[in-house]
Design a protein around this ligand. Structure first.
Ligand SMILES: Nc1ncnc2c1ncn2[C@@H]1O[C@H](COP(=O)(O)OP(=O)(O)OP(=O)(O)O)[C@@H](O)[C@H]1O
Ligand SMILES: [Mg+2]
Length: 409
């Protein structure tokens, strides 16, 4: 068997609210990946995307990593990880610089992005990503690739994503204590979008919504660049909690009922079947109508999608969504979520599966793997699988995040 050189290997760990998933890929050529290892473990140490119990999170990371190591036949030392949670905020910023030699060079672009990053950062927050949206040379049209063009003044419009230092630190500490060095931290919806959106969608305009267990992560693209991001602390687990409370059933049973009989809208209910459910007190069972279940789920699904719709309206973003909406993440698997979204957004909606060229047959064809696979694609895009940033932990994280400035090129 051919030996796999470590620099041909990329590893991602999606530290989600319901599951932790490690993916190992071998890099084929410059732009292709082959999945060679998958490890998954239930996650109990996060709430709404934020680490609340380090011990449980470390334990779950170790389990997911071990499983992937056994499958891939390698030892995992470092990985790319995702970040989400209600602490994530984004703002728009401009950076303006003189074009030093009359023709835009990469260094001018880089300087403009650095200038856009020079904004007051709220206390306790740090910049995670600086994402250029478009450029303007001498107050003319929007430009997406300014290098080589003539002018005097270069302006960049950038989307800056910030997160809480302590949340980032806790996530990194959990990985380090599980024996994994963090190579970079990537906003989860940027990863998911990379995995499920087509180039056409990202060019013409699309909103991707990753409905996970603890958070719904939104990313809006047009002209292949990010236009808006947001993280809402409402997702699939809230549906399950509502079912458990509404039907007086254990959480495990509520989750099972949701997956088997759940519907996002009563309009899709053809037969009002009877369902036998376990009661929270002991082993007692009770019969409910499926419509009783849908009556609990529908308002929650409507609330989540309407909240996202209202925020997109508030930011004047609907016109950019030419190709509509792509739903992904485990929450998108709730039956009827796509048709409900289509009704609320009044535009086409599809479910986004990770677009995997070389997969262990069928194994990752599920929206719950969008983030994990997208993290690998982001790592591949950055072409920095060999980067090993030395130094104190926080310095290393910040340096690593700064690499997003150069990722543009
Ligand atoms: N078939 C299904 N029907 C309905 N809901 C489902 C189904 N499968 C999974 N889910 C829901 O998807 C959610 C988990 O999705 P996912 O694995 O994407 O979340 P996560 O990445 O762990 O969480 P987060 O991204 O919020 O931190 C859970 O709430 C689960 O109930
Ligand atoms: Mg997730």
């Amino acid at each position: 068997m051919a030996t796999i050189r470590p620099h041909n290997i990329l590893v991602s760990i999606d530290i989600g609210t319901t599951k932790i998933c490690t993916l190992v890929a071998q890099q084929l050529g410059t732009d292709q990946l082959e999945i060679i290892g998958i490890g998954q473990s239930p996650s109990y140490g996060l709430r709404k995307g934020i680490v609340v119990n380090m011990g449980q999170t470390i334990h779950s990371i170790k389990r997911a990593v071990k499983e992937a190591e056994i499958m891939a036949g390698i030892t995992i030392e470092s990985a790319y990880i995702g970040i989400s949670g209600g602490h994530i905020h984004s703002i728009s910023s401009q950076g303006i610089v003189p074009i030093k030699r009359g023709v835009v060079r990469k260094s001018d672009v880089s300087n403009a992005i650095v200038a856009a990053r020079a904004i007051p950062i709220p206390e306790g927050q740090q910049v995670l990503h600086v994402l250029p949206q478009y450029f303007i040379i001498d107050s003319a049209e929007k430009i997406y690739d300014p290098v080589g063009l003539h002018g005097v003044r270069l302006e960049v419009q950038a989307h800056i994503i910030m997160g809480s230092i302590t949340s980032v630190q806790n996530l990194v500490n959990c990985c380090e204590m599980a024996g994994i060095t963090v190579k970079d931290i990537i906003l989860e919806q940027l990863a998911s979008a990379q995995a499920v959106l087509s180039k056409d969608e990202r060019t013409l305009g699309v909103a991707m919504i990753d409905i996970g267990g603890g958070t719904a992560d939104v990313a809006l693209y047009q002209q292949e660049s990010i236009r808006h991001t947001m993280v809402l602390p409402v997702a699939g687990n809230h549906f399950t909690n509502d079912i458990a409370i509404g039907l007086c059933t254990p959480l495990k049973e509520a989750e099972e009922i949701k997956r088997t009989y759940g519907l996002a809208s009563k309009e899709l209910l053809e037969n009002d079947d009877l369902i036998e459910i376990e009661m929270i007190q002991g082993n007692k069972m009770r019969i409910i109508k499926r419509s009783d279940l849908v009556r609990i789920i529908e308002p929650r699904a409507q609330e989540l999608l309407s909240l996202i719709y209202d925020k997109l309206v508030m930011h004047n973003l609907l016109d950019m969504m030419t190709t509509g909406v792509v739903l992904t993440g485990g929450g998108s698997l709730l039956k009827g979520m796509d048709s409900l979204a289509q009704r609320i957004f009044s535009m086409p909606v599809r479910i986004g599966m990770p677009r995997i060229a070389h997969d262990i047959p069928g194994s990752l064809e599920n929206p719950i793997y969008a983030t994990g696979y997208g993290l690998l694609l982001q790592a591949l895009k950055k072409g920095c699988s060999n980067i090993n940033i030395e130094g104190p932990l926080l310095k290393r994280i910040i340096m690593s995040m700064k690499s997003w400035v150069s990722d543009f090129f």
